[in-house]
Ligand binder design. Structure first.
Ligand SMILES: Cc1cc2nc3c(=O)[nH]c(=O)nc-3n(C[C@H](O)[C@H](O)[C@H](O)COP(=O)(O)O)c2cc1C
Length: 217
């Protein structure tokens, strides 16, 4: 692969929220997930699990659960404070009902040796407590799972599929975990509706690199 092909792949990927009414072959999704598991991950524990959903009924059931959670939030008096912004949040959490397929990504908790040591020590040593807090901010299991999702989106794009990385549905994670019969100890952390795109969003915009990076000699 030429470098410019990689650049093109990265820069032409967009979040896709409208799909053609066309099923996505199961083996394509399985291949995409298999490649995504080559993502770097903490301690190579591969603490991820992918639910590849191709059934309309399951997607509808998940969309119903997310819609119910958004409807509930809309009844809270505090929601009025956010006006139309809340309406658009609601739309951005539920649009996936029309997706022909989706991948729900679960992650399980794990403790590295450092986490175990700091846990034993934090009660008696403020430095250990502080170190534990820093490690918790940079939660390895979420970073590892996120690395796989970032790869997955590029792979799906290269396959001609369009997808969106979603955390909006996570507010209904309890219901989603029941629908998918998620194993104990595992939690859904991302939801990715996918299919053949039925939209061509405008080219993406990014801040100039000088605004988001600096070279430290
Ligand atoms: C962690 C994460 C959570 C996201 N959650 C949602 C979501 O719930 N709903 C949604 O419509 N888009 C969601 N997105 C997609 C972003 O809105 C999108 O990536 C961003 O606007 C940049 O657009 P692009 O993906 O087309 O480059 C999420 C993206 C990330 C990385």
């Amino acid at each position: 692969m030429e470098f410019r092909d990689l650049e093109d792949l990265i820069k032409t990927r967009r979040s896709i929220r409208r799909w053609q009414d066309k099923p996505v072959p199961e083996d394509m999704l399985l291949k995409a997930v298999e490649l995504a598991t080559w993502a770097p991950n903490g301690g190579n524990r591969q603490n991820w699990y992918f639910y590849i959903i191709t059934g309309k009924e399951t997607i509808n059931a998940i969309a119903d659960a997310v819609q119910a959670s958004v409807d509930l939030m809309a009844t809270w008096p505090e929601a009025a404070e956010f006006g139309d912004t809340f309406k658009s949040y609601s739309q951005f959490s539920t649009f996936f009902r029309s997706a022909p397929a989706a991948i729900a990504v679960a992650s399980c908790r794990y403790q590295s040796i450092a986490d175990r040591l700091l846990e034993l020590r934090e009660g008696v040593d403020p430095k250990a407590k502080e170190m534990r807090e820093w490690r918790n901010i940079a939660d390895s299991r979420i970073q590892s799972t996120a690395a796989s999702v970032a790869c997955l989106l590029l792979i799906l794009h290269q396959m001609g599929l369009g997808a969106t990385w979603m955390t909006g549905p996570i507010q209904a994670a309890g219901a989603i975990e029941k629908i998918l019969k998620v194993k104990p100890g595992w939690e859904i952390v991302a939801f990715i509706p996918a299919g053949y795109p039925d939209e061509q969003p405008r080219p993406g915009k990014r801040k100039p690199v000088a605004e988001v990076a600096e070279v430290v000699p």
